[in-house]
Design a protein around this ligand. Structure first.
Ligand code: IPE
Ligand code: IPE
Ligand code: MG
Length: 228
């Protein structure tokens, strides 16, 4: 069965190596990676993709040196704030995916501002996974379900308590930078996602690369346990 690519999810990896190969600080790679993310969103939208999830910062990324973590938090607050009106004008809708606790208030207020400013938009939904871990999301979902008095824990109930229950599961999860693992990304939602691993480092991804992965997706034969 050939399906539509409705939801693309990207593990944007390889920023640090991209910078180090150029004799630059790892943070320069994150800055270049942010520019690649904007291009990817524009390209996804032009190709009719309705949901784009970007893995920006994992619950494990706090283990990195303080300077790198602060730089990233700066990108998610002041840098991102500078793009809100442009994102709004493009018709994109922003959602946050991940744990709020632990994020600096400057990041939370920027995310909230972006979510509020774009809430009425009908174009591409961009889920920003910031302070995201699949295990963490599931733990929080189960806790919320228990607090709401749920007693049954079937798929429908669990799905209802995920961070953004209105977002469909990803059709295609891709990872840049060559590593072949999911690093906690969309643990529950990835059950029938197609997965693609690509060597190209994230800051080098451009429109051509996005078009090339879209064409890879359309070659896949999705059977969902049935027969083709
Ligand atoms: C991905 O790039 C961005 C984040 C995890 C925040 P990396 O920073 O992991 O880059 P590499 O994998 O070290 O090259
Ligand atoms: C995954 O990349 C997280 C993001 C891209 C935000 P990492 O670089 O943190 O993953 P590992 O440590 O190689 O698994
Ligand atoms: Mg990495």
């Amino acid at each position: 069965m050939k399906g539509k690519l409705d939801h693309l999810a990207i593990i944007m990896d390889g920023n640090g190596r991209w910078a180090q190969m150029r004799g630059l600080e790892r943070t320069a790679g994150h800055k270049a990676g942010a520019a690649a993310a904007i291009k990817a969103a524009e390209c996804a939208s032009e190709h009719g993709i309705r949901f784009l999830t970007l893995y920006c910062f994992s619950t494990e990324n706090w283990k990195r040196p303080t300077g790198e973590v602060s730089f990233l938090m700066g990108l998610f607050s002041s840098e991102f704030r500078n793009h809100i009106s442009e994102i709004k004008d493009k018709g994109f809708r922003v959602l946050h995916l991940g744990r709020r606790e632990g994020l600096p208030s400057s990041v939370l207020s920027t995310i909230d501002e972006a979510v509020a400013a774009t809430a009425g938009n009908k174009g591409l939904t961009v889920q920003l996974a910031i302070n995201y871990g699949g295990e963490d999301e599931l733990e929080r979902a189960i806790r919320k379900a228990l607090e709401s008095g749920e007693t049954a824990f079937d798929h429908t109930v669990i799905s209802r308590y995920l961070d953004n229950p209105e977002v469909p599961p990803p059709d295609f999860i891709v990872r840049s930078g060559g590593e072949k693992r999911l690093s906690g990304f969309l643990l529950y939602q990835s059950s029938y996602a197609e997965i693609g691993f690509y060597d190209k480092l994230w800051p080098d991804w451009d429109e051509n690369m996005i078009e090339s992965i879209i064409s890879d997706f359309h070659k896949r034969d999705r059977r969902f346990g049935g027969l083709s």
